[in-house]
Design a protein around this ligand. Structure first.
Ligand code: AMP
Ligand code: MN
Ligand code: MN
Ligand code: MN
Length: 275
């Protein structure tokens, strides 16, 4: 099977590499089909297309859209959509502008929790001022010595049920999936194992995603261990989802390099067979 990576980040969201450096690294890793899926942002896609053409890698336009589901953030990857689609462009613009006020709120909560100066401090961590993510907060907290690792930052302060968490958007799964579909794209539920949902809640999420028009789930992901891969292989097979695979690469410091997620079991229908 081809070496595929349909989930990566660049410095246009909370990744650290320019698209050209990301492509060079993916090429070195042997990736043959690559997507850039920055959070709520498609500004890196043009450079990515150029770099993949030069490198002889097949490129799939992508985006990872944040949706609000109860008290949680759920990520929906959109693949192979029309990048000129006005509804999609405006939908993403709205999320990015909500992110700015959300970051200010989070900075003020952190200040009340004894960690002042985040808003000013973020300036050096953020590479796209229109796209501030919790990862930037975690980077800043580590630099300030408030926590030792990203995991600690998320477990204690930034995680979906933690004191400094503020949702970054109000858009629901249904409208998120629909905006991808109307732009001609394929909606993929990102890293379902990362939400750590109980069985009944996971089933609700999968049902809602499917009923909204969702087509594929990420079976293989940098966030999934071997037992997650088995679990979501079974789910994709039984529920009729196509399967996607992506590293969720953010930076050279991360555990997973492009293309290094576990490989997809042959029993599944790979979503990239559409492209
Ligand atoms: P946001 O989109 O601003 O809510 O931030 C989500 C981002 O934070 C994700 O894309 C990851 O980069 C990062 N993130 C979320 N959960 C964790 C975690 N448990 N450990 C490390 N990074 C995380
Ligand atoms: Mn991220
Ligand atoms: Mn994600
Ligand atoms: Mn991601």
């Amino acid at each position: 099977m081809e070496l595929v990576d349909l989930h990566t980040h660049s410095c246009y969201s909370d990744g650290s590499l320019m698209p050209s450096d990301l492509v060079a690294l993916a090429k070195k890793q042997g990736v043959q089909i690559l997507s850039l899926t920055d959070h709520d942002e498609i500004a890196g896609l043009a450079l990515m297309k150029e770099a993949t053409e030069k490198a002889g890698i097949k490129f799939i336009p992508g985006v990872e859209i944040t949706a609000n589901w109860g008290s949680r953030s759920i990520h929906v990857v959109g693949l192979n959509f029309d990048q000129e689609n006005t509804f999609l462009i405006e939908f993403l613009e709205k999320i990015r502008s909500d992110r700015k006020s959300r970051a200010q709120k989070m900075a003020s909560i952190l200040s009340n929790l004894g960690m002042p100066g985040a808003w000013e401090g973020l300036e050096s961590a953020v590479t796209n001022p229109n796209l501030i993510s919790r990862k930037h907060f975690a980077d800043w907290m580590i630099a300030q010595g408030f926590v030792k690792t990203h995991q600690e930052a998320f477990d204690k302060w930034l995680g979906d049920q933690c004191p400094a968490y503020v949702p970054c958007t109000q858009n629901k799964i249904k409208e998120t999936v629909q905006v991808i579909l109307q732009a001609g794209g394929v909606p993929v539920l990102a890293h379902p194992g990362r939400y750590k949902l109980e069985e009944w809640a996971l089933q609700e999420l999968l049902d809602e995603f499917k009923n909204s028009g969702g087509i594929a789930i990420e079976v293989c992901s940098g966030s999934h261990n071997a037992s997650d891969v088995s679990k979501f292989t079974k789910i994709a097979f039984e529920e009729g989802f196509e399967a996607s695979s992506g590293s969720d690469f953010h930076s050279r410091a991360s555990k997973f390099m492009p293309g290094c997620q576990l490989s997809l079991p042959e029993t599944l229908v790979p979503v990239w067979h559409r492209f």
